[in-house]
Design a protein around this ligand. Structure first.
Ligand SMILES: *[C@@H]1O[C@H](CO)[C@@H](O)[C@H](O)[C@H]1NC(C)=O
Ligand SMILES: *[C@@H]1O[C@H](CO)[C@@H](O)[C@H](O)[C@H]1NC(C)=O
Length: 148
């Protein structure tokens, strides 16, 4: 048992290591949208998972805006490297949640664009108010800094 331990250690490192190497993703970097909200997407791992932060310019609560964490997934299947993705923003300053779904595009002028649709779920007092708890909208993001 003692002798096999180093072997198992090396084996498990070999299995874990590929998961640690982040792929270069077109999503990684800083983005700004049509409302002036900014978000930063970190490295995307081999499975397509990513984390980041969202700084909104708009809110439907009196609370002071705070940068909020986001977590999402990228789909790697698109052959033109214009991937689809989705992420959740866990608002730090309210009891709401937003999910985004979208796709990365390079437009005719060579600009990088994220076309997204979102659902904002607000917390309501009870189940009778459930019908009015969700808002829907669209946002278009552009890359904020050209260095990815
Ligand atoms: C987003 O970033 C731009 C450029 O740095 C900045 O001018 C703007 O104030 C930021 N928006 C928010 C909501 O902080
Ligand atoms: C989600 O937001 C709440 C409130 O700010 C925080 O306590 C929690 O740690 C956040 N969870 C994640 C996964 O970011």
């Amino acid at each position: 048992m003692v002798q096999t331990t180093p072997f198992l250690l090396v084996l498990s490192l070999a299995l874990v290591a590929p998961g640690l190497s982040a792929r270069k993703s077109v999503l990684t970097g800083c983005w700004t949208n049509d409302l002036g909200s900014n978000m930063t997407i970190g490295n995307v791992d081999e499975s397509g998972n990513f984390a980041g932060s969202y700084l909104t310019a708009v809110k439907n609560t009196p609370n002071k805006i705070q940068e909020s964490p986001l977590r999402g997934s990228q789909n790697y299947m698109n052959e033109n490297n214009e991937p689809t993705f989705g992420f959740t923003v866990n608002w730090s300053f309210s009891d709401s949640i937003t999910v985004f779904t979208g796709q990365y595009f390079v437009d005719d002028n060579g600009r990088e664009i994220l076309k997204t649709l979102w659902l904002l779920r607000s917390s309501v007092r009870n189940i009778k108010e459930d019908w009015k708890a969700t808002m829907v909208g669209t946002n278009t993001f552009q890359r904020l800094h050209s260095n990815k």
